[in-house]
Design a protein around this ligand. Structure first.
Ligand SMILES: [Zn+2]
Ligand SMILES: [Zn+2]
Ligand SMILES: [Zn+2]
Length: 173
């Protein structure tokens, strides 16, 4: 069996990640984890991994459809609005501002984050997520806004709020 990281034969102990890649154990300390999907970034992969300004690396699989600019982000947002429209849920779109941010501008380990002042919302989205993950993050964040709009946030526990948003993002996939 060949190592997916260095392409040399594996004898003895090895490591399998959740995507089914096999690695020599010694790569674990040097290897970067994809800032989008969490898989190990293989430097020599085709397509090539991408390196972002904030130091994160995006693996080859994610790099082909990583969301890196507003145009790409807006396409995801519109797709998610369409998803909600089918479920008869609408949003005060003009009051929702989306921004792509790097890792230093968002809560640690968060992929998205929504804050509100009154009826105005700011949704931060982590730069470089692949399209599928980005759309599910947007779906999650918009559900927070919906719960706020229908005024049930305080009737639910924090876990219940998060749970509903997770379920919504699951169904959008
Ligand atoms: Zn190896
Ligand atoms: Zn990835
Ligand atoms: Zn949430």
């Amino acid at each position: 069996m060949k190592c997916d990281y260095c392409n040399l034969e594996i004898n003895g102990q090895y490591y399998i990640d959740s995507w089914g890649h096999n690695f020599h154990c010694n790569h674990l300390s040097e290897a970067k984890v994809c800032g989008s999907c969490g898989s190990i970034v293989i430097p020599t992969s085709t397509p090539r991994p991408v390196r972002l300004d904030d130091g994160r690396s995006i693996c080859g699989n994610c790099s082909t459809d990583a969301i890196l600019n507003d145009w790409q982000m807006n396409r995801c947002i519109n797709a998610v609005y369409e998803f909600y429209k089918r479920g008869k849920i609408s949003f005060p779109r003009q009051n929702i501002k989306f921004t792509l941010v790097n890792e230093n501008k968002i809560v640690k380990n968060a992929l998205g984050f929504t804050s509100s002042i009154g009826n105005r919302y700011t949704v931060k989205l982590l730069l470089g997520l692949n399209k599928t993950i980005m759309c599910s993050v947007i779906t999650h964040e918009l559900m927070h806004i919906h719960l706020h709009q229908i005024d049930v946030v305080d009737l639910l526990t924090k876990q219940e709020n998060e749970g509903i948003c997770e379920v919504a993002s699951f169904f959008s996939l």
